[in-house]
Design a binder for this molecule. Structure first.
Ligand code: BGC
Length: 770
């Protein structure tokens, strides 16, 4: 835990420069637009400890897998998000001394992430050893209206300097990934082009041949007026700089405006990357920095109208939820079906920028509620595009007949992770992908996705489950052996309740969907049947049989579902039995000890109960929650949100709030001492869900929209907006009152604490309680 940031409703604020926090701040103050992301590295050179990170969506590197004992079926590579060429660089020299925050005396350091308008600002006073003093202010943003653009305004004010100042804007493609398995550099130069005030560096990745052009165009003003300057060009391999030398007197202010267009071969033809970058630069240069910044603020205003959560009476909570929403909106914008959401977004190298089940299980509901349905549909289409690869993945493991196993970790549809027992055996991810189709359909009411694409995915997933189960004569039931459930602290277990439940549900949902589409759209169904060689009679019969006879382990005496077979044989301790020095157990204990223990990394049985909560009565939820929550160490950031939602449902208000606090400020206050590696983007979606589904009690039952709100003691008011089918509602909760405002274009039906209300367009209702 490291609470060095100031509380504020709309901004993240750091005051005073502490190099020990630099890596953490670089993550926290990251900016992005779903296409490019940039850690809060400094523009000027910095010789202190730092993780340089600038990432481009869709550009990755298949680094060779490093494992001791190779086994058939292992992925050949581990995908890495690539640290892309540095576009922010502007080196400053005053007289003969470089501005380097690790070497110069710094005062009044202030870094602000303005979440309302989407930009990062940094200011400080630098005092050089020769007593020269300058003031610096830099403002930068990555545009959400111009996907391939980043801009910087860098101001230098002379307090007492009467000397030369050297300004060196540059682009550097000679960069590394910290996590490269073999310390190699992944970029190769293709070309460098330049003219005064403008430069283009085009590089390609050593493997996969991704091309990227990083460009810059800049102008300089002195005391508000444009100046003509001579640029001295400096070139090295994969690097270009243009040095400008100016005289500066006390009170002079020099402003550098640097625009950078970053184009890549996923979006443009390889041979047109420079021209595409040139066009963006030209457009942006003509508009100018301030106009672009205003555009940025306006675009963010729209995002906030659609997704803001207001909390009154608790600034720390308000700041936290906005930070989570801000980062989610910076990570995925839903305008490109080839893109997805990495657990760290664009804020660090960990998890390689790849796609996990996190997207379907946690992130999708955020985008479903806060964006046009097109955004969520693109997340589903991403998996549809990977279906052929998912079938190949399954084939590699010995499955046949079009069975699909989606990867646990992927960039292009292939599995690219190398932890066999943990990641590979987490076949439950196939269930999350099917659940996402169901969730999208029930939420938006749009059945066209399942008809056009979804059913094909569901059938392929069902074919996998049907082959992955086996019939146990002893149990007279279908069983699933050798899996890892969501709780990664148990590997290679038999009959993980969650996995078995997901398998059964997938088969059931596929059967229902087949029946529906068969009647509704027979031609399309027959076309699909022929395309995939679907033996309806045989396969449907087999699946129904599995559904009816799937083994779901339970402990009848306690009335709980069993996480897996043998769980009750463990030493059934609770987290309270752990000594503080034992935690987190994943850092303090051997893997052997973790596997033998009863401690649960993240929601597992409770994950299943959460997804299908409408199927369980409150007593069942309570018995399972009371049994599993005390054994859960929540060492995955994806865990507390699920427990918050169930605790809220059970009326465990304080516990719900305590659990919620664990996710809300996880990164801002660095609870797990690891924010330096990047932000927990996917758990941010969980935080959002904690408020909307936990405190707001939102759920969909029989296609009806329900809320059962309660407000934590610590808050005066909270409100959130939700899209559901044609409805666009704002729910505001205070102590004793719930207000629902219908912001949509037609009347809406909602249930508040099981009472039905119809609200006309632009109208609102108020419900009072004690
Ligand atoms: C969790 C997984 C998750 C992954 C990426 C792991 O710690 O256990 O469920 O998919 O992180 O967020």
């Amino acid at each position: 835990m490291n609470e060095y940031l100031k509380h504020d409703d709309w901004c993240i604020i750091e005051e005073g420069f502490n190099p020990d926090n630099q890596r953490s701040s670089e993550s926290i103050f990251s900016i992005g637009n779903g296409h490019i992301g940039q850690r809060a590295n400094f523009e000027e050179q910095y010789s202190g400890d730092s993780l340089s990170g600038n990432y481009i969506a869709g550009i990755y590197y298949p680094d060779k897998t490093k494992v001791g004992w190779w086994k058939n079926g292992y992925p050949e590579y581990f995908a890495k998000v690539l640290n892309a060429p540095n576009w922010i660089g502007i080196n400053i020299k005053v007289g003969k001394i470089d501005l380097d925050l690790s070497k110069i005396k710094i005062e009044n350091f202030r870094r602000v992430l303005n979440m309302k308008e989407g930009y990062l600002e940094r200011s400080f006073i630098a005092e050089f050893p020769n007593e020269n003093i300058i003031e610096i202010k830099s403002t930068r943003f990555i545009s959400i209206t111009e996907n391939e653009l980043g801009s910087i305004k860098y101001e230098i004010k002379s307090v007492n300097v009467n000397d030369k100042i050297t300004i060196t804007p540059y682009i550097d493609a000679d960069i590394i990934n910290e996590d490269a398995n073999y310390q190699e550099k992944f970029w190769e130069e293709i070309s460098i082009e330049s003219k005064p005030g403008e430069a283009y560096v085009t590089v390609k990745t050593k493997k996969l041949d991704f091309h990227v052009c990083t460009s810059m165009k800049f102008n300089i003003e002195k005391n508000g007026s444009k100046i003509n300057h001579n640029n001295k060009e400096k070139r090295k391999k994969k690097y270009i700089a243009q040095q400008v030398e100016l005289d500066i007197k006390p009170d002079d202010t020099i402003s550098i405006y640097k625009y950078s267009a970053i184009t890549n071969s996923e979006n443009h033809k390889k041979e047109s990357l420079t021209i595409a970058a040139h066009n963006i630069l030209q457009r942006s240069f003509e508009k100018g920095f301030e106009a672009l910044l205003t555009e940025q603020a306006n675009a963010w205003k729209c995002k906030w109208t659609d997704s803001d959560i207001i909390i009154e009476g608790d600034v720390a909570a308000q700041q936290a939820i906005r930070f989570n929403i801000f980062q989610l909106n910076q990570t995925y914008t839903g305008d490109d079906e080839r893109l997805n959401i990495g657990p760290k977004g664009f804020t660090g190298e960990k998890y390689g920028g790849s796609t996990y089940w996190d997207t379907e299980a946690y992130c999708l509901p955020f985008y479903l509620r806060t964006s046009d349905k097109k955004a969520s549909r693109k997340l589903l289409l991403y998996r549809y595009r990977h279906l052929t690869k998912a079938i190949e993945n399954a084939e590699k493991l010995g499955f046949t007949n079009g069975a699909a196993l989606y990867p646990m970790v992927t960039m292009n549809g292939e599995e690219c992770h190398n932890e066999w027992e943990i990641t590979f055996e987490e076949i439950h991810r196939n269930g999350a992908i099917a659940f996402a189709i169901y969730n999208y359909t029930r939420h938006t009411g749009d059945e066209s996705y399942i008809e056009e694409y979804g059913l094909e995915v569901l059938i392929a997933i069902s074919r996998f489950w049907a082959q992955r189960v086996n019939f146990s004569k002893e149990k007279n039931k279908y069983v699933i052996l050798g899996v890892t459930g969501p709780n990664e602290y148990e590997n290679n277990v038999n009959n993980n309740w969650y996995t078995n439940l997901m398998a059964k549900w997938c088969l059931e949902y596929t059967l229902k969907s087949i029946a529906k589409i068969q009647t509704k759209n027979p031609e399309q169904y027959i076309e699909l049947k022929n395309k995939i060689n679907f033996n309806e009679l045989k396969e449907v019969g087999n699946w129904s049989n599995i559904v009816d006879n799937m083994y779901l382990p339970e402990n009848e005496e306690l009335g709980i579902f069993l996480q897996q077979e043998g769980y009750m044989d463990k030493d059934l301790l609770t987290v309270e039995d752990l000594r503080p020095e034992d935690r987190p157990i994943n850092q303090k204990w051997s893997w052997d000890r973790i596997l033998r223990s009863c401690f649960i990394k993240q929601a597992d049985v409770l994950q299943g109960i959460y997804l299908f909560n409408e199927n369980y009565n409150i007593d069942t939820i309570k018995r399972n929650f009371d049994f599993y929550e005390p054994k859960t160490v929540h060492e995955s950031s994806l865990s507390p949100c699920v427990h918050t939602i169930l605790a809220a449902k059970l009326g465990y208000k304080e516990q719900a709030y305590d659990l919620y606090l664990r996710t809300a400020r996880l990164d801002i206050d660095d609870y797990n001492d690891e924010v330096d590696q990047g932000l927990h983007i996917t758990s941010m979606a969980g935080t959002y869900l904690s408020i909307v589904e936990g405190f707001g009690g939102m759920s969909i039952k029989n296609e009806e929209l329900h809320f059962a709100p309660f407000i934590p003691e610590q808050w005066k008011l909270f409100s959130f907006v939700v899209r559901y089918r044609e409805s666009f509602l704002k729910i505001e909760v205070t102590k004793g009152k719930v207000t629902v405002l219908n912001q949509g274009r037609s009347s809406s039906q909602v249930f508040i604490r099981d009472v039905e209300y119809n609200i006309k367009e632009r109208d609102s209702i108020e419900i009072y309680s004690n």
